[in-house]
Design a binder for this molecule. Structure first.
Ligand code: SF4
Length: 269
């Protein structure tokens, strides 16, 4: 604070005291930085992400960008033989999306279409998921990152075995550390149980307030399950609205009802 500003501030206080009752009063010291800080917060009701921990060190100690760190994981996954699922894969599916997502979407593992092309959620269930995301103002290239618990397809689309999930989980944990999403949307029982260390079915887990390492986590049904049983659609819509209403996402996703059943835009099959 400059002395000139202090003099003017004190002078104004004297004038104010004179006009008020003619006696001097105590005044708080001038704090010139407060306005700047407050203005900076006005459009950001939620705490902005700090620069966060330094990125992973690259060659010669250089920090690497989130994109580079994600690419490194993708290359490791493509060559991974940590569990037997590598034997049947055509392509590993590391995940894809924004490098600083609002929401990270996590399923259990790739299916046949995903194994064929190496991208997550590209089959019929994936197209359905795209509609869910669009209903809350997200798409897979901006605002969210889509990944899975296991990166290689379990044969016959069976559930990943516990040892397969355990072997693959470190990749997902590293991805979450790099991406630092504001919220996580889990699709189905397996992803929710593993990330939240719970054992209940998805019907019991959805609707609960859950988190993963301090990140709010909203569980919902897997799109494949909803395609098989359309009675689950309204539950999914409720879950998407819960995600949308999380304080960490307030005002950052599309408004409620921009595609939901109430507006006739039901993200239905
Ligand atoms: S599922 Fe995961 S741990 Fe298993 S081989 Fe694929 S990348 Fe490696």
């Amino acid at each position: 604070m400059g002395s000139r500003e202090t003099e003017i501030y004190n002078l104004l206080n004297l004038v104010e005291d004179f006009l008020l009752d003619g006696f001097r009063h105590d005044h708080s010291p001038l704090a010139v930085n407060a306005a700047v800080d407050t203005a900076g917060d006005r459009d950001s009701p939620q705490p902005e992400r700090s620069a966060g921990p330094a990125g992973p060190a690259g060659p010669a100690g250089r920090e690497v960008s989130p994109q580079q760190a994600l690419q490194t994981i993708a290359e490791e996954v493509a060559a991974c033989t940590r569990c037997p699922l590598h034997r049947g894969r055509r392509h590993a599916v590391p995940g894809e999306g924004a490098a600083a997502p609002l929401v990270m979407v996590i399923g259990e593992g790739p299916g046949a279409e995903e194994d064929r092309c190496g991208r997550p959620f590209v089959g019929r269930a994936g197209q359905y998921l795209d509609r869910w995301l669009a209903a809350i103002g997200l798409d897979r290239t901006s605002g969210c990152f889509i990944g899975n618990i296991v990166k290689c397809r379990p044969p016959g689309n069976r559930d990943p075995l516990p040892e397969e999930s355990a072997a693959c989980l470190p990749y997902l944990e590293r991805q979450i550390d790099i991406l630092r999403p504001r919220a996580i949307l889990t699709l189905g029982r397996i992803a929710t149980q593993i990330l939240c260390n719970r054992s209940e079915g998805i019907g019991k887990l959805r609707g609960s307030e859950l988190e993963y390492r301090g990140i709010p986590l909203v569980p919902t049904y897997h799109p494949s399950a909803v395609l098989r049983n359309t009675d689950l659609r309204s539950a999914v819509w409720q879950d998407l609205k819960r995600l949308q209403a999380l304080p960490v996402l307030a005002g950052r996703l599309g408004g409620p009802g921009q595609g939901g059943p109430e507006q006739g835009g039901d993200p239905s099959p």
